[in-house]
Ligand binder design. Structure first.
Ligand code: URA
Length: 241
């Protein structure tokens, strides 16, 4: 069972975007994974439309993403953009994030403890963006969001309704574009799975579970309040979402 997000969703798109910026401000100072915090150049929080119907979740930033602070800007990203174009979408219309917000050194696989440390940011992103479809790219994000070890080769192309935190979403696992870069057959499968995205989006949001009572009011934490007051430390990356 995926963990319940601490973030309460709801609110206008503007209010949710502001809250997303606060989560970003928190994430960019994150030291939960000492090795990643010491070796990263930037925290790659995510980019795109903060009110998107469609969200992609990849694995972790690579070298180019770490340099630029933007997810999927390398070769896999170019393929993702091309596949999006083929279904009439651009990356500015969707939100793109990763399971890990920091680059694992040498592009090694994310460690279980790192996935555990970072998952709260992803769940808060989902709660605030309120996507109707979450497309998981590859094994790491698929296993994390489904809370299950079943691999992508068994699950790809099969949408399912999943309750994440307070909201039901349509989860749609597909192959990671990096895996399709060198394997023409996988690219073909990825393209076929991509082609089903428009009809999935057209279904709209799945039936929602009844809302749970609001949590007790919490005071804004001091470091966060300071970050927000500092005239918005995320301003340089505001164009990201
Ligand atoms: N691969 C990913 O999973 N994420 C990125 O941001 C880039 C490559």
């Amino acid at each position: 069972m995926p963990p319940v997000s601490a973030e309460q969703s709801a609110g206008s798109p503007e209010a949710r975007r502001e809250r997303l910026k606060q989560v970003f401000a928190e994430a960019r100072n994150c030291t939960r994974c000492p090795e990643l915090a010491a070796t990263r150049k930037t925290v790659v929080f995510g980019a795109g439309n903060a009110n998107a119907d469609l969200m992609f979740v990849g694995e972790a930033p690579g070298a180019s993403e770490d340099e630029q602070g933007v997810p999927f800007v390398g070769r896999a990203g170019k393929l993702l953009e091309k596949l999006l174009e083929e279904i009439g979408l651009s990356r500015t219309e969707v939100f793109i994030a990763n399971t890990l917000k920091c680059r694992p050194p040498g592009n090694r696989d994310p460690l279980p403890v790192e996935i555990e440390n970072c998952q709260d940011y992803l769940h808060r992103q989902v709660a605030l963006i309120e996507p109707t479809v979450i497309c998981t790219l590859g094994n790491f994000s698929t296993k994390l969001l489904r809370g299950d070890r079943t691999g992508i080769s068994r699950l790809h192309g099969q949408p399912e309704v999943l309750v994440l935190g307070e909201r039901a979403v349509r989860l749609y696992p597909i192959y990671h574009p990096a895996a399709a870069l060198y394997t023409p057959r996988m690219l073909e499968t990825l393209r076929e799975d991509f082609a089903r995205l428009p009809e999935l989006l057209a279904l709209g949001a799945p039936e929602q579970p009844p809302p749970s009572p609001p949590p007790p009011r919490q005071e804004i934490s001091e470091p966060l309040a300071a970050a927000v007051e500092q005239d918005d430390p995320t301003a340089d990356q505001l164009g990201l979402f």
